[in-house]
Design a protein around this ligand. Structure first.
Ligand code: PHE
Length: 550
């Protein structure tokens, strides 16, 4: 604890500009010592982690049944073996429920899909692909990055799925803004290093603020000691001289890297402030500070599907693959579901309860005796078109030539971003994400046959990486979630969940059927949302069973 309460915590607070809170804590520390400061921080809500631990999820336990004298083995039918469905079955089984899982695909994971050499796909447009990636190479076609604070990591830990760092922010990756017109200035004619643009922007903005402070422009807001402390923070962030001037620094990278003896290295001239502002590049730096995008981030070693596969292995009940649901009947007694099996034969299964994780865009097309309010809620859910292409290269030129080891290049082209792999550094080959598109840009790529998507992605990426982007190219595999028959969309789009009748309707069970999935969470488009939704539904279902079942 004491490390958290030391200088670091107070300085970090100053950095964030929490002046009154800092004063309060400093005063408290002087009067009551470290223990008082910790207590004070909890009062102020500065230990969000402590808060989270207090609210930790408690899975239903088998002992609940014994305590309440309920019959064991209440049955639950789970529809969908993605993260939400598998977690629901896994958690329910901890309490003694008997689960059966129906999954339309021939694999677990849903969107948590890892494409490797030999993976095949036929999308709803009839585009057929077979991945030709080499040994150990892969594309996470759906989720690919896990933040520290997400429940997803708890499942990795519980199921012993090894994780490694996912490089989400790399200062040496590029920023590229193709000039729509000359309006964006000279910096948009070439890819530039994120590091250089960020250091220059921080430098100039720090300089401007430091000069304001020097002129006492902010006297009413800041006392003398606070002003000095803020100026020293600005000097360090902006790499300012003692006279508070920004003239470039090594933070932005070297023109010539320092080596031995008298080779001190050489800096480049900083970009001009006006050019930086005109380029619009500054708007890209907030991303890597976001709660769920900030480093460190993680990925399962070997591919995202390691997590759903571990969950599937931990589920004791039967998981039926290639079982596509065709009809759902709910009643006060339970649920009855028709599905076609792998051979195309029609089957039926029944259970006392059901957890349905089929995405609304798919579920809306399945015959069901849901009340009309539920049917119209399902029909109202809008989804985001989302697609990715994996480009395998025979040489890691981004590592060898550009010295970019992982991370993301950000562009204003229709590819949006280029992701360098966070696995297999210095290996012979590597799969780069050549586009990760949302919305309209994604729909345009989705409409093309895979070979044309590939050519377009290569042409765009070559604007940043030049010749090797073509000469080292080996093969590609692209996925557009709106064209995946059992997904039909990247993720749900909600304007305001609290006031959305559709959202609120789907949070409620229909007789003995509960809906679950990331679409019914505040973290849509994250595995965390799927896991949290599953936990919340499992908890509600179990409470109901313990209370008598109706
Ligand atoms: N979780 C996804 C990602 O990190 C989708 C997403 C993007 C969600 C941006 C929120 C913000 O790419």
């Amino acid at each position: 604890m004491s490390a958290v309460v030391g200088e670091g915590a107070l300085v970090a607070d100053e950095d964030a500009g929490f002046w009154t809170r800092r004063r309060f804590l400093t005063a408290l520390g002087a009067a009551g010592g470290a223990g008082a400061v910790v207590g004070g921080m909890e009062v102020l809500g500065l230990f969000p982690d402590a808060e989270q631990h207090k609210q930790a999820y408690v899975p239903p336990r088998a002992s609940d049944f014994h305590l309440q004298g309920r019959a064991k083995k209440a049955s639950v039918l789970v529809l969908g073996a993605g993260d939400a469905g598998l977690a629901a079955a896994y958690e329910l089984e901890k309490a003694g429920y008997r689960c059966e899982v129906l999954e339309a695909r021939d694999r677990p994971g849903g969107r948590a899909w890892t494409v490797r050499g030999g993976t095949t796909d036929t999308d709803s447009q009839g585009h057929r692909q077979r991945a030709r990636f080499g040994e150990s190479q892969y594309l996470n076609a759906g989720p690919a990055r896990i933040p520290q604070g997400h429940t997803t990591l708890d499942y990795c830990r519980e199921l012993r799925v090894p994780i490694e760092v996912f490089v989400n922010a790399n200062p040496d990756a590029y920023l590229y803004r193709a000039p729509a017109s000359d309006a964006h200035g000279p910096l948009t004619r070439q890819p530039i290093r994120r590091r250089a643009a960020r250091a220059d922007l921080a430098g100039y903005t720090s300089e401007l603020l430091a000069k304001c402070l020097d002129q006492r422009a902010l006297d009413a807001r800041l006392g003398g000691a606070d002003r000095e402390a803020l100026i020293s923070y600005l000097r360090s962030t902006g790499a300012l001289s003692a006279s508070n001037r920004y003239a470039g620094s090594a933070n932005r990278g070297y023109a010539k890297v320092p080596t031995a003896g008298n080779a001190a290295g050489a800096l480049d001239q900083p970009y001009g402030l006006a050019d930086l502002l005109a380029s619009g590049l500054g708007s890209s730096f907030g991303f890597e500070l976001e709660w769920d995008q900030a480093m460190p981030m993680f990925q399962p070693v070997g591919g995202m599907d390691r997590l759903p596969r571990a969950l599937a292995a931990a589920v004791r009940g039967t998981i039926r693959y290639q079982a596509a649901v065709t009809r759902i009947r709910v009643s006060s007694e339970g649920v009855s579901v028709d599905y076609t099996d792998g051979s195309g034969a029609s089957q039926n299964t029944r259970a006392a309860y059901c957890v349905c994780t089929i995405p609304p865009s798919v579920l809306g097309g399945i015959e069901a005796n849901f009340p009309s309010a539920v049917a119209s809620a399902l029909a109202q859910v809008q989804t985001m078109p989302v697609g990715k292409i994996g480009l395998e290269f025979g040489r890691r030129f981004w590592e060898e030539d550009d010295r970019i080891l992982g991370g993301i290049t950000d562009t204003n082209l229709d590819i949006a971003t280029i992701w360098y792999p966070s696995y297999g550094f210095h290996g012979d080959r590597g799969v780069v994400v050549g586009y990760y598109t949302f919305g309209e840009a994604s729909s345009q790529y989705a409409a093309l046959p895979p070979s044309e998507r590939e050519q377009r992605a290569l042409a765009q990426g070559a604007r940043i990486h030049g010749r090797p982007y073509r000469s080292e190219f080996a093969s590609s595999f692209s996925v557009h979630w709106e064209n995946q028959p059992f997904t039909r969309g990247g993720w749900a789009l909600w304007a305001d969940r609290a006031s959305s009748t559709a959202y609120q309707t789907l949070l409620e069970p229909v007789e003995r059927l509960y809906f679950a999935g990331d679409h019914l969470s505040y973290l849509t488009a994250w595995q965390h949302g799927a896991f949290e939704s599953a936990r919340s539904v499992v908890t509600a279902l179990h409470k109901r069973v313990l209370a008598g079942g109706d």
